[in-house]
Structure formats: C-alpha cells, structure tokens
Ligand binder design. Structure first.
Ligand SMILES: Cc1ncc(COP(=O)(O)O)c(C=O)c1O
Length: 355
C-alpha cells in the first residue's frame, strides 16, 4: 500500500489507498454514522461561496449578491453556514421560504420565485420584507393587492424568459436533441415576452409595488459560457422596450439566475452529445468574465450605468456539488457472464476491490 496522497479535488483525496474528505477518512465516517451518508465539507462550502463572490465582485462595478437556490440542498445546517458567509437565497414555496428565514438569511436577500404563489405566501413574503420574483401578470396584480392589504410596499422583480436567438445547439440535458433555445422556452418558468410587453406603466408604478429589476434563469443546458452572452443579449433587447412602455423605468438590480456548471461536472455523460465532453467545465472566472464584461457593455449601449445596477446570481449546484460526497456500503457484488448489456466491459476474472 502506498503512502502517497493523491488530491482528487479541493476537498477529496486518496491517502494510502483510502478516500478522505478533507482530513476525515471516509471509512471512519461510515463506521461512525452508518451509510448511506452524505458528507459535506464546511470548508469547501465556504471556499465555494467566497470563490463565486470574488469571481463576479472583482469584475462588476456595483454590488454583487449571491442568491443560491435552497433547492440545491435543503440542509438547514448548510444554509446557516451560507448565512454566515453573507449569502442570500432563492426559494420556491412556503417550506423553502421558512427554511431560509429560520436559518437567519437576511429577508431582503431572499428571492421568492416560482410560478405558483398563493395569496398567503405573498403576504408572508411581503410582511417579512422578502423580494418577490414574479412569474405572470396576474401575479403582479395579486402582489399589489396583497401589499395593499398589509399596507406595505412589496419589493418585486419580473422574471423574463430569455429567447436565445441563434442557440440551436442541442441542450446537454436533452436525450432527443431539443435545442438550448427551445428547452428554455418550453420548460422554464418566466413571463412570456408578449405578456411582459403587455404590462402597462400604471401597473408597474402601483404605489404598493417597488419594481426593482429583472430576473432570468437559464438552467443547466450548456457548459458553454457563450450561452450567457445569448441570455444577456435577450435581456438587452427587452430592456429598451420596457423602458419605453414604463416611462423610462430603469432597473437597479439584474438577476441572472443559476445554471453554472459544477467543477466535477458529471452531467449527461450517458448522452451521445456529452460522451466526449471535457472532464471539467470551464472555471467560474471564465463565466464571470463573460457575464460581467458583456452585461456592462450592453447596458452601456443602452445608456444604463453598470455601476448603478446590483448584479445577482443564483448558483445552486455550482456551490454545493463539489463540497461533499455520498458514501454507501457495497453489500454484495454479483457477477454474471450473460446476458451482457451492449458495450459493457468484460468481467474481470479476478475480482478487485479498493482497499
Ligand atoms: C430560479 C432558480 N435559480 C437558481 C437555480 C439553481 O440552478 P443551478 O443549481 O443549476 O445553479 C434554480 C434551479 O432550478 C432555479 O429554479
């Protein structure tokens, strides 16, 4: 057995043939807590939050806010760590909103998202001072009514559904080859552009509403940073039309959602279009550079100063995915010579097992 330490990534290593998470032997953790077991490195979670914040904040001239989706990991203990890191949260529904509030997330740094928000949920969010990301014109009206009932002003953003013109390459998640553009239009929430353009100035300037900005979320359809450029282009096409309709309204916050690839990036490897993908997605700095430079340039072209616009991103998997590992115990290994699935490797004659 070798004494060599092989670092697999920031928090996983193999030491003398045994798997370690930071300085903890995986086998000892499994023996102590039993399996199946999720082991998460607090250090790695903090490093990831700081890395994401640094990458974007260094390139954006105004404030940068991280609002990672709690759906990426609903452990309250992990959420508390993110609160300590000054990180906000994207939530969907009552349960996630309560989880975010109970773990000390600053209410003004919570975005309540999702296409089905009941009146009770809207009132809870407005009462707590949570920002609300709206998904339809009807929801805009219901939010104004809920705010009026509470005699509070609701902090809102409108979620657009970006039309990624020219992005006809297949989504990395689609077995049937649906394009990135179609996948976002077909499957993602967000207000269809024609509905957004039908919203009148009187509605957005309702005294009970404070329309702060625009939100979009692509989801994970491609690891290509160029897709972000496409999303920013569709935002830049939309903004002047909204400003014209809404008496020169200018966003003070823009939220580009999540969907950033994770460093371990195992997604879709069983699909033919992903089989030969590089083992690692580009570094987060690459995305930050594309996003910040392109967004600032497009805003400048519209006469909007980036220095006056808060930038928000909502990485979920990019934050959590390489912070831990799932441990399981192999109870039995069953071997057979036939039938074999096409493409499977021949069964080794001598069974091997990691020590
Ligand atoms: C609105 C919103 N933001 C952020 C995310 C996080 O996406 P990801 O984990 O791919 O970064 C999701 C996930 O579906 C989402 O719905």
């Amino acid at each position: 057995m070798s004494d060599e330490i092989r670092q697999l990534d920031d928090c996983l290593s193999v030491r003398a043939g045994a798997l370690y998470v930071e300085d903890c032997a995986a086998e000892a953790l499994a023996a102590r807590f039993g399996t199946p077991l999720y082991v998460v490195s607090e250090g790695q979670l903090r490093r990831n939050a700081r890395r994401l914040q640094r990458a974007f904040a260094a390139r954006w001239p105004a404030e940068l806010l991280l609002l990672p989706s709690i759906k990426a990991n609903s452990s309250l203990a992990l959420r508390r760590i993110l609160t300590e890191e000054g990180v906000g949260c994207d939530v969907f529904g009552e349960g996630e909103l309560e989880a975010a509030l109970r773990t000390g997330t600053v209410p003004g740094q919570i975005s309540l998202n999702g296409p089905m928000k009941g009146d009770g949920l809207l009132e809870r969010a407005i009462g707590a001072g949570v920002r609300i990301t709206l998904d339809s014109r009807a929801e805009l009206e219901r939010t104004a009514a809920a705010a009026a009932r509470l005699d509070r002003r609701a902090h809102i953003r409108l979620r657009m559904r970006p039309d990624l013109v020219g992005h006809d390459e297949p989504s990395e998640m689609s077995p049937s080859g649906v394009s990135v553009r179609d996948a976002i239009q077909r499957y993602k929430a967000g207000i269809p552009t024609e509905d957004l353009l039908a919203i009148g100035e009187r509605e957005v300037r309702d005294p009970n509403l404070d329309l702060a900005g625009i939100h979009l979320h692509l989801g994970r359809h491609s690891a290509d940073p160029e897709v972000w450029r496409g999303a920013i282009d569709s935002l830049a096409e939309l903004l002047p039309q909204l400003r014209e309709r809404w008496g020169g309204w200018t966003p003070r916050e823009l939220d580009l959602g999540g969907g950033f690839p994770v460093p371990r990036d195992p997604f879709g490897r069983a699909l033919p279009q992903r089989a030969s993908a590089p083992p690692r997605a580009p570094d987060i700095d690459t995305y930050a550079a594309v996003v910040c430079e392109h967004l600032a340039a497009r805003l400048d072209g519209l006469g909007i100063r980036a220095a006056e616009v808060q930038l928000e991103i909502e990485p979920g998997r990019a934050l959590y995915a390489d912070a831990g590992v799932h441990l399981a115990t192999v109870g039995n290994v069953k071997r057979q010579t036939r039938p074999r699935s096409p493409g499977s490797r021949p069964t080794p004659r001598t069974p091997t097992c990691p020590t």
